[in-house]
Write a protein that binds this ligand. Sequence first.
Ligand SMILES: Cc1ncc(C[n+]2csc(CCOP(=O)(O)OP(=O)(O)O)c2C)c(N)n1
Ligand SMILES: [Mg+2]
Length: 555
Amino acid sequence: MASEVQTGAEAPAMWEGGRLLTETLAARGVEFMFSVSGGPINSIYHGAAATGLRLIHTRHEAAAGFMADAVSRVGGSIGVCAATLGPGVTNTLTAVLTAQRASAPVLFLGGQAPAASLWREPGMATDSLSLMSSLTKWAVRVPETAQIPAYVDRAFALMLRGRPGPVFLEVPVDVLSQTVVPAPIPPAPAPVPATAPDLAVAVDLLARSSRVVALIGDEAYRDRAGDQLLRIVEQWSIPFAQLRLARGLLPESHPLCLGPGYTPANSVLRRALAEADLVLLLGHELEFDLDYGKDLGPDTRVMQIHPASERLHLNRAADLAVESSVAIAVEALWKAGSWRFDEEWAHGLCAAWRETWRRTREAASSDQVPLHPIRAIAEVTEAAGAEAIYVTSHGNVDFWADADVQVSRPGSYLRAGQSGALGAEVPYGVAASLVHPERPVVVFVGDGGVGYHVAELDTAARYGAHPVVVVLDDEKWGAIALPQKREYGSEVEMDLPRRDWPAVAVGLGAMGLHADTPSEISAAVRKAIESGAPSLVRVPVKSIESPYMRYITGG
Ligand SMILES: Cc1ncc(C[n+]2csc(CCOP(=O)(O)OP(=O)(O)O)c2C)c(N)n1
Ligand SMILES: [Mg+2]
């Protein structure tokens, strides 16, 4: 709506609610806003343009939500998604669920008809607050223009405190279009100071242990605890495995790395947990990917450090639960004493993991096409190099990829995670490339998953993002088909015909490449990275069930 600002020389410059919102977001460090256009949020767009926020106009609100989530995960700034009322908001729900299950702080903004008119059931409007309330830490309507900064600050406090997660602010059109005299945006509220926990019991546990293993998870990444962790791992001989966002917090090529933290796909990690007398569970909980702690030995003790009290003791009581920032607690442990745990055991395990990884690659090394997924993935990762950011999906081929890739830097591994949502992959890749244009971004996705949001290659082309989308094509919904066949003896409607995904990519303004053999894959990925253009490489792969797939489906 046009602002009713007087333009006389003395008239103060007035801001619409949309501008007040975008100025507040920028003052809180927000850089990107993802959206699909809608009339009632036009004021936000004009605000974004005046403020200098980067507004990325996507092809679907779910993709906008996934992109905002990816910014929060890789960037350090909070990702923001703005959707118009009704179907715009409902289209974001899967992205909200995904952020919630991954503990990702993401701000979702929703348009709405004027609050006073909602009883009439205006066009497109729905009760967004009810829909959002079970998926967010806070779902609330901003009642008046002048209160926008206060609501944004409350949203930030809730998104980031304890277990992080998404927040939904509904901003009706009249609240956005009303003008106010701009007052300076107040400084951000001071963060709650973190205090070092009492570690007397922790010191006692360490003193009684000789085989110690570390499981490093999401909150260790968000706490930027890499330096503190590297020090204790190396100085005290602690083998480690990292999960989800924490993958790459310590380089996975490190000699004390036990491989990825999925027990179902990592027999050496299972052995480590069974043999350890102490597991340091750092910024994580014994969740599904760890089979809820089933592999821990009967005498294995657990020391869990997590900033959110509700995550402590989840699924298995810890022998010691410490409610604390991981960085602060590990720093305090470092100062509290010095230990040398069983070095031979630690290095023996890590050597066993490296040998397993090597043998898995060797067993998959045939050049016969279609390639084993591991062979194809290995060619891609070798061509992409150590700087790459990886996105994986939720198909069978992706479970092969999760077990094979080595992530070498923090914030460089994105996966929908426990929401398991197919469709996040291409949007994640686009957003990661927007935040880190200097780094290669590789998206592994199946021929099923790519269909959800392949149109976002157009968004990438419009905004200069250049992810390399690698479609590992088994011509079926493999993750469902393979267990179905095992259980029922036959498949029902599982085949997907071979489609020309590279041609689709070209039609969307991206580069499209076919690669069947190892050398073609390597050349295609290098060419895609060097081109600086968004690209899609289709790689046919054999249909072979991954070990993780067998775990999920109980096979
Ligand atoms: C939104 C959503 N719908 C359905 C599923 C169930 N699902 C999990 S994996 C999968 C098949 C994926 O096929 P594809 O992307 O080709 O990978 P593949 O398993 O063949 O390697 C499906 C349908 C899901 N995870 N998310
Ligand atoms: Mg498939």
